[in-house]
Design a protein around this ligand. Structure first.
Ligand code: C2E
Ligand code: CA
Ligand code: CA
Length: 436
């Protein structure tokens, strides 16, 4: 059942596609027949719900005429992709559905839908070029329901959750749905807190291990929860990265950290270095990276005392882009630290090609010295190579006197950790800095 321009009652006027009701009746009939007789080859089907991303925005920006045109063009694009014996229909507005009756496995359907939605499509209308992406949810009969409305609802929920969590396609499953619903709730709470400005920055001092002086601080984001504690960043940062909320959160973080640096400078604490963690997601996105640059430009602070900490994720996959962006930060005088060093795949051979000034040895190594043989050897090697290659080294997560003594005798000049000082809110940190 492809496109046709036949009876308006059966076919959608805008796209010429069969109306969803037609498919619905067909399916209802099919389900009834299936329960009466055991049809060979008619045991299962998949219902795919397709939703165009950001269509409301397109409608508001370009108006209904252009958007109707977009829907027609997407219907053409999808019709060409969805072949017999699958049925393709428009549900309402920017929502489409595909009924797949012949497939070997769930993976098979997933791959087919991946091919339909994965690369999006470019549509040109009156000199405008639109890049259209879609989200898809898939529900299977009879596994996910024996009623067409239930199946449709589950496919729709799966697609909604795919969109919310930054995935393109989502197959309905009860357990996954529970996890995703939790994620979605967290995303909604995150948004609420971003809107209300409920985040805080804590600062963990970094010490010169020889003189025991504070030489800098690392800004660490804190998200207060209703129980009176904080939800750990390791829990919500990955979700904010998936949902792309990290961009606005990170703008707030950079802004707040630089505002704090301005206050320190005004109080004569010019020498305190400020380290800010920067997500790979922000580095990857030109427009969001530019917004961070705009924030940096808007502050009259001494950038030679600012450090951006990055992780190796982007350095392994998009080296050229990372080099270009990091050099742009360096042009302000900002230094770059490679965080969590030793946990991933980065080697000195690789990082020597990159604009990196500082290496932070991951706390998992520091916490195993001097007794863990492998970790101690690795720490020793990182320290000696880093010194030979003129990198500054910071040891993270120093928790015991023994670890501290070991690092000092191994000529590790800088470090941070609970033994020295826990992350503090700005007022407590300020008291500490004024005692210097
Ligand atoms: P990270 O950048 O490696 O930050 C260091 C983490 O180690 C912090 O955890 C800090 O509180 C903790 N820590 C410091 N000293 C010790 C110690 O002696 N022992 C142990 N066990 N832990 C120590 P936190 O604040 O929970 O942050 C966890 C991670 O979340 C950070 O790891 C970073 O990847 C991310 N994160 C935190 N704040 C931000 C932020 O503002 N922006 C971004 N993009 N990521 C952030
Ligand atoms: Ca860090
Ligand atoms: Ca780290």
């Amino acid at each position: 059942m492809g496109k046709a321009n036949l009876k308006p009652a059966i076919y959608d006027e805008l796209t010429g596609l069969p109306k969803f009701n037609l498919i619905k009746n067909f399916l209802a009939d099919y389900i009834v027949r299936r329960s009466c007789t055991q049809f060979a080859g008619l045991e299962k089907f998949a219902l795919v719900y397709l939703d165009i991303n950001d269509f409301t925005y397109l409608n508001e920006t370009y108006g209904y005429k252009i958007c109707d045109n977009i829907i027609q063009r997407i219907a053409d694009y999808l019709s060409a992709k969805v072949c017999n014996p699958n049925y393709f229909t428009r549900v309402t507005g920017d929502k489409f559905a595909i009924l797949c009756t012949e497939f070997e496995s769930k993976e098979h359907i997933y791959e087919m839908i991946e091919d339909v939605v994965n690369n999006g499509c470019n549509i040109t209308i009156s000199d405008y070029v639109f890049y259209i992406t879609m989200s898809a949810g898939i529900a299977f009969f009879p596994e996910h329901g024996r009623d067409i409305d239930v199946l449709m609802k589950k496919a729709e929920t799966a697609s909604y959750l795919a969109k919310k969590t930054g995935k393109d396609i989502n197959i309905y499953s009860d357990e996954l749905q529970k996890d995703i619903i939790e994620q979605v709730q967290m995303i909604n709470k995150l948004q609420n807190s971003i809107d209300k400005g409920e985040f805080q920055l804590y600062y963990q001092p970094e010490y010169n291990l020889t003189t025991n002086e504070i030489i800098g601080v690392e800004a660490l984001v804190r998200w207060p929860n209703p129980e009176g504690g904080f939800t750990p960043p390791d829990l919500f940062i990955p979700i904010a990265e998936k949902s792309r909320q990290i961009y606005s959160l990170e703008r707030w973080i950079v802004n707040e950290a630089l505002r704090q640096k301005t206050l320190w400078e005004a109080k004569g604490l010019d020498d305190i270095e400020l380290s800010i963690n920067l997500s790979s997601k922000t580095l990857e996105s030109e427009s969001n990276f530019q917004k961070i640059e705009d924030i940096i430009s808007s502050y009259q602070v001494d950038c030679s005392k600012i450090i951006f900490e990055i992780t190796e994720t982007i350095l392994l996959t998009q080296v050229d882009m990372a080099i270009e962006r990091l050099n742009r930060l360096r042009a302000y005088g900002i230094k770059i630290a490679l965080d969590d060093f030793g946990t991933g795949y980065s080697s000195f051979t690789h990082i020597m090609k990159l604009p990196i000034d500082i290496i932070k040895i991951d706390k998992s190594f520091i916490q195993s010295v001097p007794h863990g043989n492998e970790e101690t050897v690795i720490t020793q090697n990182i320290l000696s190579l880093a010194h030979k290659l003129n990198y500054r080294v910071v040891a993270e997560g120093i928790e015991t006197q023994e670890q501290l003594e070991y690092l000092k005798t191994s000529s590790c000049e800088r470090g941070q950790g609970y033994l020295l000082c826990r992350p503090l809110p700005s007022d407590k940190l300020n008291n500490l800095l004024h005692q210097l």
